[in-house]
Design a protein around this ligand. Sequence first.
Ligand code: SF4
Length: 493
Amino acid sequence: MKILLVYPKYPDTFWSFKYALKFISKKAAYPPLGLITVASLLPADWETRLIDMNIEKLLVEDILWADYVFISAMSTQIQSANHVIDRCKAFLKPVVAGGPLFTADFEKFDRVDYLILNEAEITLPPFLHDLEKGNPKHLYSTNQFANVERSPVPDYTLVKMNRYSSKCIQFSRGCPFNCEFCDITAMLGHKCRIKTTGQIIHELQNLYDLNWRGEVFFVDDNFIGNKNILKIDLLPALQSWMKEHGQPFHFTTEASINLADDPELMKMMVGAGFLSVFIGIETPEEDSLEECNKVQNKNRNLIDSIKTVQRAGMEVLGGFIIGFDSDTPNIFRQQIDFIQKSGIISAMIGLLNAPTKSNLYKRLQAEGRILERWGGDNTSNAMNFVPKMDRMVLEKGYREVIHGVYGGKAFYERVKSFLIDFHPGVQNKNKVDLLRLVAFFKSVFIIGIFDNNRKYYWQLLFWSLFHRRDLFQMAITYSIYGYHYKKSYAKIF
Ligand code: SF4
C-alpha cells in the first residue's frame, strides 16, 4: 500500500513566520507532527511519503503514485486543504482526513472518503482493520481520549530536516483550565495526559541521531498541566540528557501564567534548556478575564508575573485578545500600554473569535450572534460573531493597537527595554554559524538599508554592541521578528 501524507499550505499570516524565515533560508517553522505520528501508526510494510506544501509543491505524480492520500490540517489551512481534496478527487484518489480542522467541522467535508476524527491513536486502528476487510466506514470518531503512553515515536525520517527552523515534540495533551474561547479542552480534555519520560528521551535521541541541533518546540497545550511529574521526573531527566549530549537543543513551549508562581519549576525548566514560553495573557481588563473564565490570570498583577518569568531567564511570548463583551473603547490604549510595559516582544494580538467546539461558540449561538465558522487565523481582522462593541470601532481600535505595538519606534523601544534586564538562563549553543551570519547580512541589507525602520534598527544594534554585547544576536533576531510582524500586519490593514 502506498500512502501519501499531505500537509496543506498555511496562508500568509503572523503565524506563518514567512517574512522572518527567509532571513535564515528556511521554508517553514515546524514540520507536521500529527502526520508523522500517523505515519508511525500505519503498518510497517506500507510505503509512505510526506508532502508538506509549506516547503514543497504537491505534484500530480505524487498523487498518481499513491493508493490513498492522507491529509491533516488546522482550521487556518482550510483553503489549501479544500484545494488538495479537489485535486485528489479529480484523479479519483481516495482521501483520508483527520486533525483539528476535520474533527471540528467534519459536516463540511462530505466529499472526503474517510474521516478519521479525534485522536488517531484511537480512531485509526479500526479504520485500518475495516480497510483490510474491504468495508471501511465513512467516519470514525470517539469520545474517549487516547493513552499517549502508547503513542508511537513520530517518523522524522519522512521529514526534510533542513527546510525547517525548528522541530517539535509533544509531552502532554489536554489542559486543566477552561477558557471560554478555547476548543482545546473540548477536543483533548481537562486531564493532562502525559507521555513517559522514557518516551520523551527516546524522541529527543531520535532527533539527535538525525543530526538535528537547535530549537525543539514542546507543542503541549499547557506544558505545566502536571507540575509534579515535571519536577520529579521529566525535567531532571531532560537536564541530565542535555548535559550528556553537550546541550544540543534549546526548548520552547506553551504554559499558563501560574508558571510565575513556582520559582522551583521555572528554575528547573531553565536548567533543562527552556529559553522561551508562550503564555495566553489575553487582556489586562479584569472584567474580560472574568467573562472568558481565564481564572488563572485573574486577581494578580500580570506585569509582575511576566517579569518574574523573564527574570527567571525565559523570554515570554504573549497572546492578546480584543473584542470581549466587557471591553470598552478604553481597551485599545490599555492593551498598548500593557504590552509596552511588559517587554513582551512577540505579542500575538487578535480579535476574539469562536472556534466551533468552544463554549464561547455555544453561548453566542444561543444568543443568535454567530455569523460563520471561524477561519482559524486569530491575527486577522475577521470576527465570526456579532460583537457588543460597534464593529467599526473595534476594527479601528485594533488597527491602533497594532500600530501602537509594532510601529517602528514602539517596537524597538520594547526590544531595548526587554534586553536591558534580560539574562537568558540558557546559552544558545548554535552561536555564530554560517546561517546566522547570512541572516545578519540579510538584515543589514533588507532592514538596515531599505526598511523605513532602519534608523531604529541601527540604534538598537549599536546600543547592543556597547551595552549588551552578549545579546547582540538576539537584537538581530528581534529586528527580523519586527520586520515579519510589520509585513504580516501590513497585509491586513
Ligand atoms: S489555558 Fe490555554 S489551553 Fe488551557 S483552556 Fe485556557 S487557552 Fe485553552
